[in-house]
Design a protein around this ligand. Structure first.
Ligand code: SF4
Ligand code: SF4
Length: 225
């Protein structure tokens, strides 16, 4: 029986004949690239695809990220930018951040962490902590030589281990650090200008009150007395 149009499956159009290629040509092309690299690597360092690790280290990609670190300004860990707001602790998906706020003897917040721990054996390098921090206090590091035979304390990074200077941040990610420094400077200048304007207004108010008091008639002043 002849097939009808109703019971014939849809036919795909016949393929156009492609360019004929010698079987195995791709393999020889790949070998040619490898051979060229091997020969040129003897006199052109850019052709080297490996380095003599650990004496040499290949530069890491600017976008490479590993575990987070805390940033401090100046030369002292006492200048950590972190104010222990705990936003990163709450947002961390595997909950590997532990923060305790430092307080004075009266229980008042000192706006800095007494304890800031990250369990890097649990951290999944997602970078969410760095994204949510409103104080430019935590960023993703590029350090990768972290092998240890102590799988508990050796992989629990405390505040002192996590703290790195703003200069380190600048060397690691110059573009990001420059943008952060410029923004923080602009914010500080804005705050200083607002504080100066407030102080000037308070001074002007005090002077106008004093002038008004001086202008009142003497008998009125005597009445007040
Ligand atoms: S990188 Fe991700 S998993 Fe690691 S501490 Fe930050 S939020 Fe948590
Ligand atoms: S690192 Fe940032 S988000 Fe986390 S506690 Fe410190 S200030 Fe808050």
């Amino acid at each position: 029986m002849q097939p009808t149009s109703a019971n014939t499956p849809a036919q795909s159009p016949p393929e156009k004949p492609g360019r004929w290629m010698l079987p195995g040509l791709g393999l020889f092309q790949g070998l040619a690239v490898t051979g060229r690299n091997m020969v040129q690597s003897f006199y052109n360092k850019e052709r080297m695809t490996t380095v003599q690790y650990p004496e040499e280290r290949a530069p890491i990609s600017p976008n490479f990220r590993n575990f987070p670190f805390l940033v401090y300004d100046g030369n002292s860990i006492d200048n950590l930018r972190c104010v222990a707001c705990s936003i990163c602790e709450k947002e961390c998906p595997p909950q590997c951040i532990y923060i305790v706020l430092e307080r004075d003897e009266n229980g008042k917040s000192l706006k800095r962490p007494k304890i800031f721990d990250i369990d890097v054996s649990v951290c999944m390098n997602c970078g969410i902590c760095a994204e949510v921090c409103p104080f430019d206090a935590i960023y993703m590091d590029g350090e990768y030589e972290l092998a240890t035979d102590d799988r508990f304390e050796g992989l629990l990074f405390h505040r002192e281990r996590l703290a790195k200077s703003a200069d380190y941040h600048m060397k690691l990610r110059p573009e990001q650090a420059s943008e952060v420094i410029a923004r923080r400077k602009a914010e500080e200048e804005k705050k200083a200008a607002a504080a100066a304007a407030k102080a000037a207004k308070a001074k002007a108010d005090a002077e106008s009150k004093k002038a008004a008091a001086d202008a009142r008639p003497a008998d009125e002043k005597g009445g007040d007395a």
